[in-house]
Design a protein around this ligand. Sequence first.
Ligand code: NAI
Length: 780
Amino acid sequence: MSVADILETMDYGEAPESLAEALAWLVDQGSRFGHFIDGAFTKPGDGFESRNPATGEVLATLTQASEADVDAAVKAARKAQPAWEKLGSHGRARVLYAIARLLQKHSRLFAVLEVLDNGKPIREARDIDVPLAQRHFYYHAGMAQLMESELPDAEALGVCGQIIPWNFPLLMLAWKVAPALAMGNTVVLKPAEYTSLTAMLFADICVQAGVPKGVVNIVTGDGAVGEMIVAADVDKIAFTGSTEVGRKIREATAGSGKALTLELGGKSPYIVFDDADLDSAVEGLVDAIWFNQGQVCCAGSRLLVQEPAADLFYAKLRHRMDKLRMGSPLDKSIDVGTLVDPVQLQTVSGMVAANTAGHVHVADTPLPDQGCFYPPTLITGLNPADTLMQEEIFGPVLVSTTFRTPAEAVELANNSRYGLAASVWSENVNLALDVAPKLAVGVVWVNGTNMMDAAAGFGGVRESGFGREGGWEGLAAYTRRKGSAKALKEIEAFTGEGSTVDGIDRTAKLYIGGKQARPDGGYSAPVYGKSGKLLGHASIANRKDVRNAVEAAQAAKGWSKTTGHLRAQILYYIAENLQARADEFAARLDAMQGGKSGAKEVEASVKRLFTYAAWADKYDGQVHGVPIRGVAIAMKEPVGVIGALCPAEAPLLGLISCMAPAIAMGNRVILSASEPFPLAATDFIQVLETSDVPAGVVNILTGPQADLADPLARHMDVDAAWSFGAKALSKVVEKGSATNLKRTWVNNGMARDWMGAGGEGHDFLRAATEVKNIWVPYGE
Ligand code: NAI
């Protein structure tokens, strides 16, 4: 065959990677694994087999963890944690660095083992999974080193339970373990049941790297073991996997005080404008949807093509698909390997078979006659509501539709319950950077796809979960602010007598959509001072009022697009107008609460408004240096609509402490005012009305927070829910949030020093923003 023939046919010879070393390692381990607990492997017990999905061969037997195993792992982690944290920045940095070096040293063994266990092409494991895992440990060795100097107020959370999926077994382990360890936590990690082998090899590496015993613990098993970890005495759960399981974990951890981050599914749009470099965009799609057989949470699985370019683009794409090579994952010449397991093959085949819409093109590439292979597939001409346009397939199946205008592209892109990532292809930088901020996702790649790096936070919005992994922004998930919090003292409203104030019925209304509104139920409750004197009445809001307030907040979207400069001016103006009525507010606070702290509370409130006016145009993002020909611009965007149950104590300052950071960052809020002392909030409505706050940006409800917490937390159009109210409400809010997996921030019954540093600062700004990483080409 001549070179010309080869170029024409793209025929190729096999180039298999040797599996001898990996098999020898398995044999060395007896091909049977126990758990890795307290620095040593336990005796193998009853369990399950791990198979090579390309051949069906059994690779090893793993042990299904029992409650006692999980308990032992958590206890070991708990015992090891204080010493690990005390080892200090440099001590931990050295250990993480040693892990990175050993991962590098054994990279070929890791790559081959990963391929055997998972079925991904060796090219990918060798060039992406394993190098990125090393990079994560190097990067976080640096974060450990810098923690003491750069994050002096941060401390470890304690013991972290980490549950990871099967699509990037070693890489997901690295994403979870490296930052946790860097910040002084210890871990109990469970790999996915299909793919535990590289985690076992990693345990071996930990021993060699001198990781103190108990700092890293690995237990194996199925979802039942995951459930045990979720229920165990851990301080945090970090989960990557399906949205369905993520939702269960959100519900199971509600009210437990455990921190939680969820990195879930996606249906990421891949937007091709007609002025894009179409050949590059086609090549990008190979990496977007056929990388790892499409078993990628951020896979560009939903192709949106601008109409003038659609026919040509689809033609080029089909041509390219037909050239993709499927074959033994160990063959260095193949593009597409096997799905992870027959179960996944069945799921993907079933979803495609059930679809009757659109036009299906299956790559004209020979399918190996055994193994979990599924051919690259393109389905064009779908409607946005078609099942395959909405549901995550998690296989090599690309679905597509067309659009006409950039506005339509954005609308289609955002027409999803997910919000993980998006790719935008255009040669027009103005267009690409105009579209990027409009996409409801955590990561945007401009003229690229599926790029990841330890320096850039990764994670989504909506039902793709919350929290970021990587970058400075990822560290918040593994730290908390130093200092010991006191338990919240719950406050009862005063009781008294009388039905009118000075013969006049004074019933404060709610504040919805810029207007004072009567409560839907028509009820109000009397508010008495400490001496039992009637001060007035406050409306009792119900779930219909919550809905109205959410609608008003949604309609005020324009606020999120205003400049920080404008928002600062409005916050200063609110402060000025509050100051003008300082005496009146002080008197009201004293009358409601008894005592004489009103004037101080008003003063602190004015100061706090100034603080967030100051921050409104200064809480900037970052530019991450990532090892590609480009940069990742980490933008801090508003979360959207935030519902907040304000504290009972500090009735004015608490309300302002929730409102000001939220609106400073461009969010719209629904505030449920202090339940025992609601009248400072209702007086504050008049201040808002005179301060140029656009209608719907701030909405204020009064009434029992227990009635409002659930509808607020469950509402699908609320993007985050905060609770600084009674302890029991933390659980209500976290549980309810599972509907759309909104972000939550709750007090778990711990008090906050509203007058002091605990009432403001970076925690509030972080909770009020979402980091979006936009990867753009830059330099050479
Ligand atoms: P899964 O979400 O069930 O499994 C992920 C991990 O969670 C595994 O370690 C599993 O053992 C564990 N787990 C399962 N049930 C649990 C529970 N109740 N509590 C705690 N841990 C639990 O994912 P699965 O079933 O392997 O895949 C199903 C679908 O999920 C895929 O087809 C895909 O659509 C999606 N998926 C998404 C991933 C992502 O990265 N976003 C990764 C893996 C799956």
